[in-house]
Design a binder for this molecule. Structure first.
Ligand SMILES: [Zn+2]
Length: 393
């Protein structure tokens, strides 16, 4: 992760959706005479960022909660009062598909304006069989609309819906609904690649999470976990045990969890904007994870309650300043490892021949400048599969 492979005077040639050459400028001009040229203006040509964890399909923002936390009300208490996830659930259920689609489009455009070219989006604010499937169909529509590449995840196990929680046996009934009613349709309509679960004391326990994810796997959905965000509940260990593609959050991960991730292929995903926005003063132990040998990725966690971040490059600043990572490690985490966290390590996240032309140009003279000049808009163009997502006029 310390070697970002930075080169000078090098460009790429793109044909269709693929990178077909990486070479110095003169060589490229000779080999591809007559090709359309995009001048990087001596800026930084980089792989597009892979945002491997978002909840970008939602309705209203949650301004009140931000202030409630400022007055000292903790996250789980807000959820117990019917706020948090549940307020987004009530809101989503009252909106049309067109409305949800239209609200998500500008969010993805803002991610692209920061250099993101691949984005994972989870369901999880429907929390009924009908509304989870509806959310996933909206995500599918976003994927078909492009230009960003969208990777869909079924997070029906985001929470126990209030109407299930209030009746005896409700927990098991919702888990059964996910396994027996949501997943079969997800598979039939190809609505998701991954199944995710919020594995956290007070939400879904380790055994419940295992049950949900194993059932998801039977329907062709690879496991992902929201793991050990606020309290260690053994979720990272479970992620490694299940061979999950990623374990995300990890702010409260135990030494055993770090060890388990370091010795597995499961990508450890840090979501530093969430911890910043929650004002916890804590972050995932990124340094310990990397030093132990884990592959660490960075993602926005874009969601209305705990991380409304759409300016992706800020994550690189948080990685260096809060997670004590080197700039090269932050870049690898946001590209190569983000791709691995979506099972796309052989397709995107690198400027290499045979990879998708998922690229961005930043108006900086050094790769370390992006995390350094934080808060600036420095991305002047991004392309996903060779198709323009964002170009500054
Ligand atoms: Zn999340």
């Amino acid at each position: 992760m310390r070697d970002a492979g930075v080169c000078k005077g090098v460009g790429i040639a793109v044909q269709g959706t693929q990178i077909v050459a990486v070479a110095n400028d003169n060589e490229l001009r000779q080999r591809y005479a007559g090709a359309t040229e995009v001048d990087c203006q001596r800026g930084l040509l980089a792989p597009g960022f892979v945002d491997s964890h978002t909840h970008a399909v939602f309705g209203a923002p949650r301004y009140a909660e931000h202030e409630l936390r400022a007055t000292g009300v903790p996250y789980l208490e807000i959820a117990r009062r019917g706020g948090g996830i549940h307020s987004s659930v009530r809101d989503l259920r009252g909106r049309s598909d067109d409305d949800l689609f239209s609200l998500a489009v500008p969010r993805l455009a803002r991610l692209a304006a920061g250099g993101v070219t691949t984005v994972e989006i989870k369901s999880g604010y429907g929390l009924s069989v009908h509304d989870e499937l509806r959310s996933l169909r909206v995500i599918k529509r976003l994927a078909e609309a492009g230009p960003l590449r969208v990777v869909p995840t079924c997070l029906a196990a985001h929470e126990i819906p209030l109407e299930y929680r209030e009746r005896p046996g409700g927990r098991d009934a919702w888990i059964a609904a996910i396994c027996e009613e949501v997943y079969p349709v997800v598979q039939r309509e190809q609505l998701a690649v991954f199944a995710d679960v919020f594995c956290e004391p007070g939400v879904f326990g380790v055994e419940e999470s295992r049950q949900v994810l194993e059932r998801g796997r039977a329907y062709g959905l690879r496991p992902k976990l929201h793991a050990d965000e606020l309290h260690d509940g053994g979720a990272a260990v479970l992620a490694a045990e299940l061979g999950a593609v990623s374990a995300d959050h990890l702010a409260a991960v135990s030494p055993a969890g770090i060890e388990a991730l370091a010795t597995s292929d499961t990508v450890a995903t840090a979501l530093p904007a969430t911890m910043l926005f929650l004002g916890t003063g804590r972050q995932a132990p990124a340094r310990a994870l990397i030093d132990a040998g884990a592959a660490l990725a960075l993602a926005s966690d874009l969601n209305p309650g705990t991380s409304p971040l759409q300016a992706f490059p800020l994550l690189l600043t948080l990685a260096v300043s809060e997670l004590r990572m080197l700039a090269a490690e932050a870049w690898i985490a946001a590209t190569v490892n983000g791709a691995a966290a979506l099972g796309l390590a052989n397709e995107t996240g690198q400027l290499a021949v045979g990879y998708r032309a998922d690229v961005a140009i930043h108006a900086v003279d050094d790769y370390r400048a992006l995390p350094y000049w934080f808060g600036e808009r420095l991305c002047c163009g991004s392309w996903s599969g060779g198709r323009a997502c964002h170009v500054t006029p």
